[in-house]
Ligand binder design. Sequence first.
Ligand SMILES: NC(=O)c1ccc[n+]([C@@H]2O[C@H](COP(=O)([O-])OP(=O)(O)OC[C@H]3O[C@@H](n4cnc5c(N)ncnc54)[C@H](O)[C@@H]3O)[C@@H](O)[C@H]2O)c1
Length: 336
Amino acid sequence: MKALVTGGCGFIGSHLVRGLLADGWQVTNLDKLTYASNPANLGPDASHPALTMVQGDICDATLVRELSEGVDVVFNFAAETHVDRSLLDPGVFVRTDVEGVVSLLEAVRDRPGVALVHMSTDEVFGSLQAPTEATEDFPFAPSSPYSASKAAAELMVRAYSETYAMPVTVIRCCNVYGPNQHLEKFIPLFTTRALAGEAMPLYGDGLQEREWLFVEDLVAAVRVVIRQLPAAPGVQAVHVGSGERVANIHVARQICNLTERPLDLVRPVTDRPGHDRRYALDSSRLRTMGWSPRIRFEDGLAATVRWYAENAETWSVAAGEDFGGYFARQYGDRLA
Ligand SMILES: NC(=O)c1ccc[n+]([C@@H]2O[C@H](COP(=O)([O-])OP(=O)(O)OC[C@H]3O[C@@H](n4cnc5c(N)ncnc54)[C@H](O)[C@@H]3O)[C@@H](O)[C@H]2O)c1
């Protein structure tokens, strides 16, 4: 089987590429290599004989059309992904997360043999009051430029599917964590700062609740989904959630415990505007398809903290950016 994976040098994409190669796929990895990418995420598989690396932009319609020729599945995992940055520069989110998806839809729309699996997020539903869980047909109510761009992309997917009678699969996932995630994200940021004995900036009261899934459980979910790709036109949406919902402040405390650091390193700082309080997915459809998460949050978090403690040479090589400069801009005043 042949795959085009976009964003395969990012966090989740790199795990997917490695999983597909392990399963015997031939993989083309199209990645723009933005600041969020790290080719070292592929480890020894970077030189795997079944892997072709292409540096390029999913918005480049000619390139994606060329690369999707003859593949069985296009997996779109390329995106701008950091909510905080979407508040600073929404335009780049619209370009990659919306226009890039249209470019991919164009590439596959007259190729019925090519399946498209598009990665989306629980954030498209906005903040949910407990005990609500979003089912696959729950209404969108995004709060940030990031989540709005992901929701807009999904609307384009739906429109193409209706207009051109295309079967498309959309995976909406809860928060994912594990090795290879960029330092800007919550768990890597807090872990690496805790390891260095530095203050961890916790937004607001820290009671925002997120559902956490270990990245290997997501790759396992993708394997289940692609064994049951729809043949009929329409959007098959699938939710991937662990059901383990934890407040940020508890995650921060667990990281302190795992790194043996004092709890007072966690510093409450001014919250970000529009910060959603709670996400929660109903993932019963995927469970009936044969998937359930295997890694409990407590164990996955311990493994992740261990990975960051032991792999500084990998995670410190994020492409093309001075992370210290970004951190100072984002949190300097808040921590002062
Ligand atoms: N990480 C999570 O918790 C999470 C949760 C739900 C959904 N998602 C979704 O999963 C997908 C992957 O997320 P991630 O956390 O691995 O992201 P990431 O930021 O770690 O990686 C994104 C990758 O996409 C590449 N990229 C960015 N713009 C590109 C472009 N225009 N053309 C080609 N490549 C480009 C980057 O270089 C990078 O390698 C995204 O669609 C994201 O919205 C992530």
